[in-house]
Each structure stands twice: as structure tokens, then as C-alpha cells.
Design a protein around this ligand. Structure first.
Ligand code: PDD
Length: 286
């Protein structure tokens, strides 16, 4: 069934939605985005995603052409039009189109391009949450402002493609021997002492909304955690590893570079934290 998507004020069948070839999102990746989970037909953690969108816009002097309330109305209207119960809502804002290819930012009167579409897929009962995923390590070749959620995603696409060529599901990106994050997710380990470890916030990683909630939930449930960089060797010797994102929530990492992580099956801390997160998510969207 064809989706209804949103483009610059219009709700259209996806095949009728058009953006100019001169759009700066297309020519320069001059655009930011957000992916928000949808459960029970409701947006999950949308406040966090919208405030990160505002931050990305501010860092790039990118103008949002609608108010936050208008944006939320558009999001909810699109979910309703597509009768989306579970999946994700994708939102992209570009610096628009000034009618030619010019590096300079266009004048302020040029309207930014706002596009939204839905993606229907199981989030709670995803297969990978049960089986876990395998990852391979690859060098992190991305730019220096990974805290800004831009659509310049060729490096993660290359990492994922390499992972698939090696028979793995995803990649852990490594810089100076330390894991930064996954191709489109935050990376975590559980040490043999049962401590959760994830990298602290900086320009080197995306400030994950799921990551933030997981740290809060870990705190509330008395699960010990540390925000610090961890090395690839630490993943090799960790008792568990997992990834977090709006699309996966939490997926266990059971194998890295062909070696099992811990017992090579989804670990108890990972599974407990996933359940805690899902309980919170179901309650928030009930
Ligand atoms: N990716 N790190 C990177 C590089 C990401 O692209 C993402 C999200 C995350 C997790 O952030 P959050 O918990 O806010 O989803 C971390 C989205 C899902 C994507 O690009 O599809």
C-alpha cells in the first residue's frame, strides 16, 4: 500500500512527492533528520527527538519553517493518515533550494524543505532482539561533528556494507583504538563486574535519545554504569555488549570480529535492560 508522506505543507501519496534537484539536502547533504519510534500509534520520546532537532538546527543555523507545535501536529497527522501502529517516523529538514548549485548558504527568504514519512515494522517483537546481532569493527572515518544529526551518512553506509560483506549485521566504529558507536546506534558493553559502559557525550558521537533514557533507567533500577570510552579489546573481553537506538531500542551484540561476546548469546543484563525500556515505552504510549 502506498504511503501518504508530507512535503512542505502537503500530504501526498509517496509517488507524487517531489523535491527539486537543486535542493541542498540532495546536493550537499545540507540537512538534518530525526527518527522517532512509534508504538501503539504514538510517538515515543518525541520531546527528546524534537529538542535534538532544534539543537542540530541551531548548530547549523538551519531554520525550522514551522513551530514545534505545528511540527507535532504534522507528525501525528501523518501517523493517523497511514494508520501506523508500530514502526518509525522519519523527519528531514534541508536548507532548501535556491535554484542552482552554490556552496554559500542561500538568503534567509529561501524556504527550507521539510519531509516526513512513516515506516511500518515490528519494534517490540523484532527477530534481532531475540537472536542478537554480529558486528565487525571498522575505522570511524566520519566527520568531526557527529553530535549533529545530519544526513551525511555515506560513511555509516560504507561501514554497514562492509559488515554485510563479512557476513555480519552491523559495524562498531573505532577511532584511536576506542569504540565510538555503531553505524546508526550507540554502543555499550557490560563488563565482567556487571557494569554498563557507554561512551560519554562529545562531538565524537550522536547524543542518542535512547542512550539517555537507558542511563536514567539504569540509575533508577540500581544497575551500575560508567560513561567512559572503551576499547575494542574491552569488547572482546566483555561479558555482554549491545546497541541502542530509536529503531532497535536495544539489540544484543553476540559476536564481534568473528569472536563470541561473553557466552555468544543475549546476556542477562542486556535482556533485563531491554525489558525495562520496553515497559517504560509501553506505559508512555498506552
Ligand atoms: N540512528 N548514533 C548514531 C550514529 C545514530 O545514527 C543513531 C540513530 C544513534 C541512536 O540515537 P537514538 O537513540 O536517538 O535513535 C546513535 C537512527 C535510528 C537512524 O539513523 O536511523
Amino acid at each position: 500500500m502506498s504511503r501518504i508522506v508530507y512535503v512542505n505543507g502537503a500530504y501526498l501519496p509517496e509517488q507524487d512527492a517531489k523535491v527539486s534537484i537543486f535542493d541542498r539536502g540532495f546536493l550537499f547533504s545540507d540537512a538534518v533528520y530525526e527518527v522517532t519510534a512509534v508504538l501503539n500509534g504514538k510517538l515515543l520520546e518525541n520531546e527528546g527527538h524534537l529538542s535534538r532537532l532544534m539543537r542540530s538546527c541551531a548548530e547549523l543555523q538551519l531554520r525550522l519553517p514551522v513551530t514545534a507545535t505545528e511540527l507535532e501536529n504534522i507528525q501525528n497527522e501523518l501517523i493517523a493518515l497511514n494508520q501506523l501502529r508500530e514502526g518509525a517516523l522519519y523527519l528531514q529538514l534541508t536548507r532548501g533550494c535556491s535554484g542552482d548549485r552554490e556552496f554559500d548558504y542561500p538568503p534567509a527568504y529561501v524556504t527550507p524543505t521539510l519531509v516526513l514519512f512513516t515506516q511500518s515494522r515490528p519494534v517490540i517483537n523484532s527477530v534481532k532482539a531475540q537472536t542478537g546481532i554480529s558486528v565487525v569493527s571498522v575505522e570511524d572515518i566520519r566527520w568531526g561533528r557527529r553530535d549533529i544529526k545530519t544526513v551525511g551518512l555515506l560513511a555509516p553506509c560504507m561501514a554497514k556494507e562492509y559488515a554485510h560483506s563479512q557476513g555480519a549485521d552491523d559495524a562498531f566504529l573505532v577511532e584511536d583504538g576506542m569504540v565510538t558507536e555503531g553505524s546508526a546506534c550507540n554502543a555499550w558493553i557490560v563488563t565482567c563486574a556487571g557494569v554498563l559502559v557507554t561512551r560519554p557525550l562529545s562531538n565524537r558521537i550522536l547524543h542518542g535519545i535512547t542512550r539517555k533514557s537507558l542511563l536514567l533507567l539504569a540509575k533508577n533500577h540500581g544497575i551500575p554504569f560508567e560513561e567512559r570510552a572503551f576499547s575494542l579489546e574491552e569488547v572482546y573481553s566483555a561479558s555482554e555488549a549491545f546497541i541502542s537506538s530509536a529503531t532497535s531500542f536495544i539489540w544484543p551484540v553476540v559476536n564481534i570480529d568473528g569472536k563470541p561476546v561473553g557466552e555468544g548469546v543475549p546476556g542477562p543484563v542486556t535482556q533485563a535492560l531491554r525489558k525495562i525500556y520496553i515497559d517504560m515505552a509501553l506505559q508512555a504510549t498506552a
